[in-house]
Design a binder for this molecule. Sequence first.
Ligand SMILES: Nc1ncnc2c1ncn2[C@@H]1O[C@H](COP(=O)(O)OP(=O)(O)O)[C@@H](O)[C@H]1O
Ligand SMILES: [Mg+2]
Length: 245
Amino acid sequence: MLNIKEVHSGYGKLKILRGINLNVPQGGVVALLGGNGTGKSTLLKTISGLVPVMEGSIEFDGQIISGKKPHEIVRSGLVQVTQSKEAYPAMTVEENLMLGAFTRSDSGGVRADLEKVYEFFPVLRQRRKVLSGTLSGGEVQMLVIGRGLMAKPKMLMLDEPSAALAPKVVLEIFSNIYKISQTGVTILIVEQNVRMALLLAQYAYIIRDGVIMIEGSAEDLINDSSVKDSFLGGTVANTKKSLNS
Ligand SMILES: Nc1ncnc2c1ncn2[C@@H]1O[C@H](COP(=O)(O)OP(=O)(O)O)[C@@H](O)[C@H]1O
Ligand SMILES: [Mg+2]
């Protein structure tokens, strides 16, 4: 569904990504992993059209999207939830959710999708009339994912959804992302929580200094000793147990 070929990009003259190749199959969950400052957010912004492609091409859903404007890319069904968890604090939860539907004109479909978001995240329904500025970190994360869903995405890109959240909340967010993927939404997830990401995803890429260093099935990467040494403390089995509980 998403095919990235030999993409170079960056900021002004500063090149950050150097020849990225990455694929996300329709209906799949793919993880993009790597340390701080390695280019993960830059790649998502490049896919979204917020950072210009210098070389290479990006194809989504059968169309070349590199060179298109961000709102055209959103309209084609590719929606990014950014790392800075921006909800408008002086607007209510429901107003924030409705902002996600700004490219749509099917008001009946929008209402149905709002109902779906409230089914995924019951706490957002409870809080629909409160100002977003009063939400907890976990609730804001649910809100920004919900707002992404309001655009009716074919594919959702999530940038570190578990960052700075308590372990119990992280579990809840991941379990919701799993449920969203089960509804047929394709997902590309950027994470520092490598263990959780490898349990959720079928396939993963590890990026360092703007280059993909390792890629493979999540199962292979969980068992890869170099991945274990650099990223995985503790046991995967324990996390898997809690994710299924
Ligand atoms: N707007 C920007 N202008 C210039 N450099 C940037 C900008 N945003 C990020 N960078 C640089 O690009 C590199 C990759 O950043 P980023 O993609 O945010 O990494 P990650 O998401 O993996 O932590 C870093 O060296 C960062 O300093
Ligand atoms: Mg980042």
